[in-house]
Design a protein around this ligand. Structure first.
Ligand code: BG6
Length: 509
């Protein structure tokens, strides 16, 4: 039993990525995430034979559902959201046989005592040998009671047989994140804890590490000697959808996107090469670079802009203003757009600004990391308005249209020396003709296998909070009346362009 869930990388199981028998208990199983993401991902894994026959899921929620009813609902979720179709009824039957529902109250200790009995009984029936993973997919206010109740019910297990997965948001600020880490660490060892940032599960985000550290030609120029600046963009066309209560409470894009997803992209782009591809060596480097990162400031001026969308048009359709979205509280000051400039104060990046922006209701769904290189040191060719030498740009396209492109100058095939920017392009879709797995497939599998590399460690989540705290404090101290507005379908508030200096511009995507 002690080896059942040990680190697959050390055991040389890299190629044979199949989990050991285990029961995954999902708290908050009646919520959206379970039907939309978790079950479809588990079904894909089971279809790919990545899950053992004994694999079992227990959905824990308060609603008075039966196991049959829960299974039906999960079937609807999988039919609607899985990458492939449900396929043969036999496949579904095999999968659904391992799904159970447990009606319980997240805050009632008695529910956990009963859950422990239920899991023990299932161990006997399903052959899961006491191996457990607990997935917290609830509102964050329940994280503490769930963790404490698991501890009191004797369900915290040990590093070999029990794991806990915690969804975002991990805290509301540095203090609450530290508090939550304390709660978690009172009950679980850090090696049992899997804090989710689903961006780390995206193939293209993982490819950043391969691109940087499996190629010899990029690393020598990946520094302040060659890079002028870096732009990280995560643009969405969707609005706040039906999530206004969470989003307003979180205070919008800074907590929802910047503290987690964009900080992870920055860390992977800027970190030093780890000595080995192992969970702690990779995460050590991310922590180091996050600790060197800070928001740009000039005296009392913070180089950050926040905005909220007004009504507008996207893809030819009218869309409402943030203030008119369902369940938004009247006069909400929530920012759906953030742009900010950061410095990384270390040997590699001194003097290279990192510009980050993210927003909802922008004209296009596109996420990318762009490194713009310095200008040529000497203008050899005649330069005029129709013959400009543009700097080289390396773009890592995260989604959609995943790929990598390098922009460089080329001579036009005409008599004089006239030039134009052209692209060298790699596209995932054309090169690897297989469907890209969903982020949750990779993350769930890694958790079941005991590989923490793509999950954020306690000190890492705190380091990311430390970076954004000055902006949170500045915007929340009441005196900062600087919420700007932008029309839905535009590229955000015009104030964002003022963050750029020295002739730099946001990329037109
Ligand atoms: C989530 C945020 O973490 O990420 C959402 O809460 C956002 O507001 C989503 O829409 C974006 O994820 P993706 O995978 O669609 O880029």
């Amino acid at each position: 039993m002690t080896t059942a869930l040990s680190n697959p990388l050390r055991e040389g199981l890299r190629l044979e990525r199949t989990s050991k028998p285990l029961i995954l208990t999902i708290f908050g199983a009646s919520g959206d995430l379970t039907a939309r993401k978790l079950m479809p991902a588990l079904y894909e894994l089971s279809r790919d034979r990545r899950l053992p026959a004994e694999f079992t899921v227990v959905g824990f929620a308060r609603r008075p559902w039966s196991t049959e009813e829960f299974r039906e609902r999960m079937k609807e979720g999988v039919s609607q959201f899985a990458r492939g179709k449900i396929g043969s009824p036999q496949l579904w039957e095999n999968f659904v046989r391992g799904i159970y529902y447990f009606e319980g109250d997240l805050e009632d200790q008695q529910s956990y005592v009963q859950l422990a009995d239920f899991l023990n009984k299932l161990d006997g029936e399903r052959g899961t040998r006491g191996n457990r993973a607990f997935y917290l997919s609830t509102a964050p206010s329940y994280f503490k009671p769930i963790i404490e109740n698991l501890g009191q019910a004797g369900l915290s297990g040990d590093v070999h047989n029990t794991r806990i997965v915690i969804e975002k948001p991990f805290g509301r600020d540095l203090t609450t994140a530290q508090g939550l880490n304390g709660v978690v660490q009172n009950v679980f060892r850090e090696k049992q804890v899997y804090r989710i940032d689903h961006y780390l599960g995206k193939e293209t985000v993982q490819n950043l590490l391969v691109f940087r550290f499996a190629n010899a030609i990029f690393e020598p120029i990946w520094n302040h000697n060659y890079v002028d600046h870096v732009q990280i963009t995560v643009a969405e066309t969707v609005g706040v959808e039906n999530r206004a209560p969470y989003y307003d409470e979180a205070g919008g894009a800074l907590r929802d996107m910047v503290q987690n997803h964009l900080m992870q992209l920055l860390a992977l782009t800027a970190m030093e090469p780890p000595a080995a591809f192992e969970a702690d060596t990779v995460r050590d480097e991310k922590v180091k670079v996050l600790r060197a990162t800070s928001l740009a400031r000039t005296g009392a001026l913070y180089h950050a802009v926040r905005g909220q969308y007004t009504g507008g048009w996207i893809a030819g359709e009218p869309v409402p203003a943030y203030q008119s979205e369902p369940r938004v509280v009247s006069q909400a000051q929530t920012a759906s757009y953030i742009a900010a400039k950061f410095w990384i104060q270390n040997w590699r990046w001194e003097g290279v600004p990192f510009y980050l922006r993210t927003g909802k209701r922008l004209p296009k769904r596109v996420s990318e990391i762009a490194l713009q290189f310095r200008k040529v040191p000497h203008q050899l060719f005649p330069s005029n308005s129709s013959n400009q030498i543009n700097p080289n740009v390396l773009v890592l396209r995260i989604q959609p249209d995943e790929g990598i492109s390098l922009r460089f100058e080329a001579k036009r095939p005409v008599a004089d020396v006239s030039m134009r920017s052209v692209n060298m392009d790699f596209r995932y879709g054309n090169t690897f003709e297989v469907a890209t797995p969903e982020a949750y497939e990779r993350l769930l599998l890694d958790c079941l296998l005991g590989d923490q590399t793509l999950f954020t460690r306690a000190d890492e989540v705190e380091a990311a909070w430390r970076v954004v705290m000055p902006i949170i404090e500045h915007w929340e101290n009441g005196s900062a009346q600087d919420l700007t507005f932008y029309e839905a379908g535009s590229w955000g508030p015009s104030a964002a362009s003022k963050l750029m200096e020295s002739g730099r511009q946001w990329r037109r995507l």
